[in-house]
Design a protein around this ligand. Sequence first.
Ligand code: ADP
Length: 646
Amino acid sequence: MSNASDDGPTPPQPRPTERQDVLPDRSTAAPAAETFRFEDIFPLDDIQRIQDAFAEAADVASLITDPDGRPITRPSNFTPLCRDIIRATPKGLANCLRSDARLGRTTSGAPTIARCLSAGLLDGATCVFFGGRHIATWLVGQVVDESTDLEAVLAYGREIGADATAFRQALMRVPRMPRERFAKICQALRHFANHLSSMALRAHRQSELIGELRRAKDRVKERDRRLADIIDFLPDPTMVVDAGGTVVFWNRAMEKLTGVGAVDMLGKGDFEYGKPFYGYPTPLLVDYARGAVTRPDPRYAVAELAEDAIIAEVTVAALPAGPRHVWAKAVALRDEAGRIVGGIEAIRDVTDRHEAEKALAEHRQRLEVEVEERTRDLRLQAMELAEANIRLSELDRMKSVFLSTVSHELRTPLTSILGFAKLIGRDFNEQFLPLTGGNPALAAKGKRIADNLAVVFGEAERLTRLINDVLDLSRIESGSMHWRDTRFAPAEVLARAAKTIEGLLGQRPEVSFRFTADAAIPDLRMDPDQLIQVVSNLLQNAVKFTRAGEVRLELTHDGGMVRIAVTDTGIGIPAEELDSIFDKFHQVGRGDTIQETAKGTGLGLAICRQIVRHYGGRIWAESTPGKGSAFFVQLPAVPPGDADGS
Ligand code: ADP
């Protein structure tokens, strides 16, 4: 018993399993390498034929067993000694099996040559591996070599209880060969077994690959199914075409919109999918997106156009629901390398929105027309107004001319009336009244004539005042007033105004008058005569509407303003009239003048307001009816340090 060699090639090792980039599918997984049996990998018929032929050619017996020594193949070319005599005895068979198993176990890569445990004949064994695991032992043997102890073999026959004659005859038929030749046969067997080992692994790898491929195909199919479900779920009609323009998805919403089922459309190409929309095969937006057609058809209203995507609207006529306006978006689909592999298009029926927009546009257009018409009307009105305005200013100018002419024409005769009334009165009083003598009737008549003359004189004076006031006001309002502005100290001018009412006050001893002025009142720049007119008006009113008591003129200043106050203890003014008394011809309706002869014109305060406003000032009244009134005038002072001394 000796090993022929130890330097055989290492048995092939299985390659590490490749990284799985897909989810493992346990149900179809290949059985693990550990469970592989020799007979699973190799067709036993072929192996049997090879084993038989090999045994025949090498003149040896041969058998393939599992690692435990159990036969896998049928024995080939077994000598009758082993087959019919030794294995026919229970003891012999047991020893044979034990011997075969031991041979297999002691065998690694190299063939083992040993004497069999039973008869001591020469046996050889080599192992078949699968991925490093021992799956079978290929045995050859039952050879008598030059050193076989034939006497010991015969003794073994007796030991297992075999027929001695038959045993001896059978032993004579056992092949005899030199040990060296048997070793060569074993070496040849070893090469073959090694080849079987690598074939086993290759076969396994192949079956694994086939399994993987099948599973990958299943996964792709599953994914396609899931994708179809997803696309079906989309509420918008959606279709997908592949690189060749063949329909690969046609979802339910699309079936509903077009009335064409997926079964009829899937797999169709040549722009067949244009038919449900246009009535004839024609490219759709998806074909522009994936570059199958170069330029979008002019019938599309393109909203967005990028390299791989397009959004457009179009009216299509052939849908079952009749002409519809649809919005569509199409995008090219690309693979990892960026190659276009198809396109997807989603469609939305936006007919309602489109109609609404169209209606709105018409509406808007109508509105625009209306606005235009209205604008034209307004422009016309504005022109008419402007013309009216021109006519009005013309009238105003004519009014001023008329007023100054009329007042001039009135003033001349009035001056005569006043002059002659005065003359007649003086002559009558001085020369005619004394002639009445002691005649009381005549004296009374003379007195009445003198009184009537006084009335004529008074009314003529009032008319003169009215004419002067109307003239002043119209001059200010028409801007033809001549303002003689100059800088002056207000206290002196106010003193002059106070003088103008001294005559009035002389006849009214029951009304006292007081004028006070603060020190260092800043100067005013304005027409001093106009200031006198304002203050005189206020003072005359105060005297006119005060039965008894006091009229006061006060001059103060506050910040940059000069303030003039005229206060009286007269009848006062109702609160609701404090503003309107400054309007033209407004008089508090009460027949309230203290002196009937000093009946006013209702223009005094209006003139005052015009003058004060002209100089940027303010005039207002405060009053407690029955207790008295106060009129305030506030005018901007010349700023201190203003060098202009004019
Ligand atoms: P008139 O010539 O009538 O005085 P004004 O314009 O000067 O015209 O004054 C308008 C009215 O304001 C007067 O008629 C009078 O009713 C009222 N009024 C003016 N000043 C006083 C005052 N100091 N006291 C009471 N009433 C006044």
